[in-house]
Design a protein around this ligand. Structure first.
Ligand SMILES: Cc1cc2nc3c(=O)[nH]c(=O)nc-3n(C[C@H](O)[C@H](O)[C@H](O)COP(=O)(O)OP(=O)(O)OC[C@H]3O[C@@H](n4cnc5c(N)ncnc54)[C@H](O)[C@@H]3O)c2cc1C
Length: 469
């Protein structure tokens, strides 16, 4: 049946694609300045976002029409454990657009909004003496420790905060959930609205695309169609590490999250720790667009494990003629799914180093009781040798500040990938240079990699949009 093409009579000042932190914060800024706004998301409202696996109804992904983990009101942020990184230098590239001092004020502004809507006012920041000692010990083995100020909302509380924002915004702008956007409408070099999957259209003087990592492949197609220039394309692949809380607690008590950078001795590859979750849980992340399962982690405010998890990511920039970072990373992730019977793999560090697969009984005899269901296996059959060695060398260096992290029983889950790799060339205010009235923000456009910078990028775009309409 041909789709009906109905264009709504109402003209919005701004039409926003995606109700993640970037889209929601942009909408909040725009309505504050009395702009007429439509925000559209293919996912559901917070109360209807229920993953059948998380609810224990099924064991494997059943490919829901929209994934409750990464889609819907609040975006991927509402399923995340809401660790707000309140320091520049983490969680994205926004500094390159607006400069460090502007980013810092933006972070403070966005953070205050989160607190106003119910986020825990307490934040973590290591004392100068602890920070100094950790930095010094790290430096002795080539590890750069970057102290950050962190606010931890927690996955469950994070949903409440975002729901409070929905209640506030729903009285001030139009919101269309379960509405997948198919195309951005461009007429005479100017964005004029969006077309939904059902063929209906919404008209706007400006369009802000904030579809997150989940929408990165969709955005890639739009970018290709509009022939927009892409700036750079790194590939981030790694594993999630799980250790007993006792290995990290002297640091996590002070820092909450220990952020480290390391250039590996053998290949000189840049590795980093990412998303540390004290007393947390390793979780599956379902990527519908690519039909694969990867690893992530979170911690809850009201339910604790006795393990800490964090990711080790190896970041690589490939050279021409390579142009498909998403394809490369998903290919590696699919190998893990293939060996794990559709899920994720887990391996003890000692087994990885000794070139043998892990078995359930070896894991059961170990110190780390897994918090996620994963197939015991061999990550060296999935990750290129270079990545395996990078990870092993990084864990050896980390042992200097976290004694015990490179113990044989440490569990590695694979694989963790980040698909924020597509990065557009944008103006400083996040406008698309060649198309009037079109802005991009958040993880999908490669501007951010975390909640705070995604939300900040939405605010930056909204301020610029206000100047245009
Ligand atoms: C499990 C997990 C844990 C995380 N933990 C943290 C953390 O502790 N701290 C942190 O800072 N970050 C964390 N993150 C990352 C953080 O959630 C993201 O950086 C952030 O949500 C990005 O915001 P965004 O607005 O750019 O996109 P998203 O939050 O991804 O939102 C994009 C929205 O756009 C919608 N969309 C996509 N395509 C379309 C389309 N074609 N039509 C209509 N709608 C569309 C999607 O449904 C989605 O709701 C975590 C992510 C995950 C998955």
């Amino acid at each position: 049946m041909p789709k009906t093409q109905t264009r709504q009579a109402k003209t919005y000042d701004a039409v926003i694609i995606g109700a993640g932190p970037a889209g929601v914060f942009a909408a909040a800024e725009l309505v504050k300045r009395k702009k007429k706004v439509l925000i559209a998301d293919k996912g559901k409202l917070i109360c209807a976002r229920k993953c059948p696996i998380v609810e224990g109804k099924v064991k494997e992904c059943v490919n829901c029409s929209s994934c409750a983990i990464v889609s819907g009101w609040g975006g991927a942020g509402s399923a995340s454990d809401g660790k707000l990184t309140l320091t520049t230098g983490f969680g994205g590239n926004l500094e390159e657009y607006i400069g460090r001092s502007e980013l810092l004020s933006m972070i403070e502004y966005v953070d205050a909004v989160f607190v106003r809507f119910g986020a825990d006012p307490h934040f973590y920041e290591a004392s100068s003496e602890t920070a100094h000692n950790t930095i010094r010990h790290g430096a002795q083995v080539g590890l750069r420790v970057l102290p950050a100020r962190i606010r931890h909302i927690g996955t469950d509380a994070s949903r409440e905060v975002l729901d409070n924002m929905y209640k506030d915004l729903s009285t001030k702008c139009d919101i269309r959930m379960e509405a997948r956007v198919e195309d951005i409408l461009i007429e005479d070099g100017q964005a004029v609205g969006i077309r939904f999957e059902d063929g209906s259209e919404a008209v706007g003087r400006c369009v802000l695309a904030a579809p997150g990592r989940e929408g990165a492949s969709w955005l890639e197609k739009i970018i290709g169609k509009l022939k927009l220039p892409i700036a750079s394309m790194p590939v981030d692949i790694g594993v999630r590490v799980e250790v007993p809380d006792s290995v990290c607690e002297s640091l996590t008590r002070e820092f909450y999250e220990v952020k480290c950078l390391y250039n590996t001795p053998t290949f000189d590859d840049r590795c980093r720790t990412f998303c540390m979750n004290p007393s947390g849980f390793v979780v599956h992340e379902y990527n519908q667009a690519h039909k694969l399962v990867t690893v992530n982690g979170h911690s809850l405010k009201n339910k604790k494990s006795s393990n800490t998890n964090f990711a080790i990511l190896v970041s690589k920039n490939f050279t021409q003629p390579f142009s498909d970072p998403i394809g490369y990373a998903t290919h590696v992730a699919k190998l893990a799914n293939m060996l794990a019977g559709g899920g994720i793999l887990a391996q003890r560090l000692a087994d990885l180093k000794n070139g043998r697969r892990s078995t359930q009984s070896r894991i059961d005899r170990g110190m780390v009781g897994p918090t996620a269901s994963a197939q015991p296996g061999d990550l060296s059959l999935v990750l290129p040798h270079r990545y395996v060695l990078d990870i092993v060398e990084f864990l050896d260096a980390l042992n200097r500040i976290m004694p015990g992290v490179n113990h044989g029983d440490t569990l590695l889950y694979g694989v963790e990938i980040k698909l924020y790799s597509l990065r557009l060339e944008l103006e400083k205010n996040l406008a698309v240079p060649s198309i009037k009235g079109l802005w991009m923000a958040g993880d999908g456009a490669g501007v951010s990699r975390g909640i705070i910078q995604a939300a900040s990028s939405g605010v930056v775009a909204a301020h610029a949009i206000c100047g245009e309409c």
